[in-house]
Every structure is written in structure tokens, then in C-alpha cells.
Design a protein around this ligand. Structure first.
Ligand code: NDP
Length: 237
């Protein structure tokens, strides 16, 4: 059945690949990011019609609430929610700036909590599925990514707890934990060096993560699951 699907961070990278796959599967997609023009360009490029773009900063709860009010008014109830909005400000902890730490935690962790809370208002009566995008470093840790890892580890705990809270209302909540994926976020990573640690011997593509996200969205008997999409990287960490 076609679902109204909202993808935060859908303008590029992993979120864009998820939006593309959802549209190919016949779902109506709302692409959300801070940059409206980029979100609109992505929405216009999706298969099918009726897709929409909205601008919202997930770290601002009022903006998130307004976004869901707009969606409810103009499109109806959300069936699928994907939280792919995220940032990294990597640095050793002692060199991390306080404002960077706050913005990483606000965007990656609180942002997804805000969108889930707003989406639940209609999902609790009609059912639905949520996929949060975590990271392998949330499970394994990584030097230079203390705060980013904390945001993703927090997201994992949040996902499992929320899955327990809402399962009886037919709302499923799962997490995909990617390794190195080729997007703007990893543009500065020295690929040759990183690939040596990946058993499958390559960076993942955004489509690799999108496939896993779609699987979790569409699997009616999976909730509270953490699915690594990392080419086996966790085996070497
Ligand atoms: P990109 O930088 O390519 O894309 C990030 C997306 O998030 C963009 O659409 C961006 O749009 C949006 N975004 C960022 N901040 C906000 C905000 N405050 N409010 C709304 N939207 C926002 O990143 P990736 O696609 O690589 O990452 C997607 C997710 O996957 C992130 O959560 C990331 O942490 C996670 N991840 C990525 C990995 C990788 O190797 N690439 C590995 C593991 C996890 P805009 O700037 O216009 O707002």
C-alpha cells in the first residue's frame, strides 16, 4: 500500500537515495531539509508525481511541529518517517568547541526525537513505521568522533525504547547503522586508508543504505532492530 513518506535530510546523500527508492516503489514522498531549493530539486527528480519539498531545521522543535502541521493539512497522515538529517563536526574531545557539540547533539539526536514525537500524533491512531539513521560508530566508538558517536548511540537507545512504547499501536521503529558511505559527509575522508579496514573493500553507496531502510519500513514483523550496513567494518573495529 502506498504510504505518505517523510524523509528528513532527503535533499542529498543517504536521505535522497531513500526518497528515490520510496518514490520508485510508488510512495508519495515529502523531502525535507534546511535548504528548500535543494529539497525541491530532489522532489522534482523523483519518479511519479505529487511529491513535495519543505524546509525545516530539525534541531528546532517548533519548526518540526509546524512542518508536521503543514503535512497533515495538505497531504494527510504520515505512514513512513525516515530520519536521515545529520551533521558531523569531528574533533578530538579536548579540541571540540562547545557550540559544535551542542549543534551535533541537537541535530542528530534531539532532531530525530522531535520528528518522531511529531509524527506519532497521527501514527498512534493509524499505525506507521520509522527508520532512524544511526552509525556504526554509535555502537563501536571512534577516536575523534566522541560527540557524534554519542549522538548516534543515543539514537539507538531512543529507537529501542520508542519501539517498546508504541508497538501495541502498530508503529514500528528501527535503526540503520551505516559505515563509510560515499556522500558529502565523507568527502574529506582519506578513502584509500579507510577502505583497508572494510572487509568488503569499498565505501558503501547511499543506495546500499536506502535498500536497508526500505526493507525495515516494509517489514511488518520487525521492530527495535539495529541493522548495520557497513561492508563488515564493525568486524574490524
Ligand atoms: P549529507 O551531508 O550528504 O546529507 C545530510 C542531509 O541532512 C542533507 O539533506 C542536509 O540538508 C540535511 N540536514 C543537515 N542538518 C539538518 C538540519 N538541522 N535540519 C534539517 N536537515 C538537515 O549526509 P549523509 O547523507 O552522509 O548522512 C545522512 C545520515 O547518515 C546522517 O544522519 C549521518 O550522520 C548518517 N551517517 C552517514 C554516514 C556516511 O558515511 N555518510 C555514516 C554513518 C551515518 P541541509 O544541509 O539543506 O539541511
Amino acid at each position: 500500500m502506498s504510504q505518505l513518506s517523510v524523509v528528513f535530510g532527503g535533499s542529498r546523500g543517504i536521505g535522497k537515495a531513500v526518497a528515490m527508492l520510496l518514490a520508485q516503489r510508488g510512495h508519495r514522498v515529502i523531502v525535507v531539509s534546511r535548504n528548500h531549493e535543494a529539497a525541491q530539486t530532489t522532489a522534482d527528480s523523483l519518479a511519479g508525481t505529487n511529491h513535495m519539498a519543505l524546509s525545516c531545521d530539525v534541531s528546532n522543535e517548533q519548526e518540526v511541529q509546524k512542518t508536521f502541521e503543514t503535512i497533515q493539512k495538505t497531504c494527510g497522515s504520515v505512514g513512513y518517517l525516515v530520519n536521515a538529517a545529520g551533521i558531523n563536526k569531528d574533533a578530538l574531545l579536548l579540541r571540540s568547541k562547545s557550540e559544535d557539540m551542542v549543534s551535533v547533539l541537537h541535530t542528530n539526536l534531539l532532531g530525530s526525537i522531535f520528528t518522531c514525537r511529531a509524527a506519532l500524533r497521527s501514527m498512534l491512531t493509524k499505525g506507521g513505521a520509522i527508520v532512524n539513521i544511526g552509525s556504526v560508530v554509535g555502537l563501536k566508538g571512534n577516536a575523534g568522533q566522541c560527540v557524534y558517536s554519542a549522538s548516534k548511540a543515543g539514537l539507538e537507545g531512543f529507537t529501542c525504547s520508542l519501539a517498546k512504547e508504541v508497538a501495541s499501536r502498530n508503529v514500528r521503529v528501527n535503526l540503520v547503522a551505516p559505515g563509510f558511505i560515499r556522500t558529502d559527509m565523507t568527502a574529506g575522508v582519506r578513502e584509500e586508508e579507510a577502505v583497508r579496514r572494510i572487509p568488503l573493500g569499498r565505501f558503501g553507496e547511499p543506495e546500499d543504505v536506502a535498500q536497508a531502510a526500505l526493507f525495515l519500513l516494509e517489514s511488518p514483523y520487525i521492530t527495535g532492530e539495529v541493522l548495520l550496513v557497513d561492508g563488515g567494518l564493525q568486524l574490524a573495529m
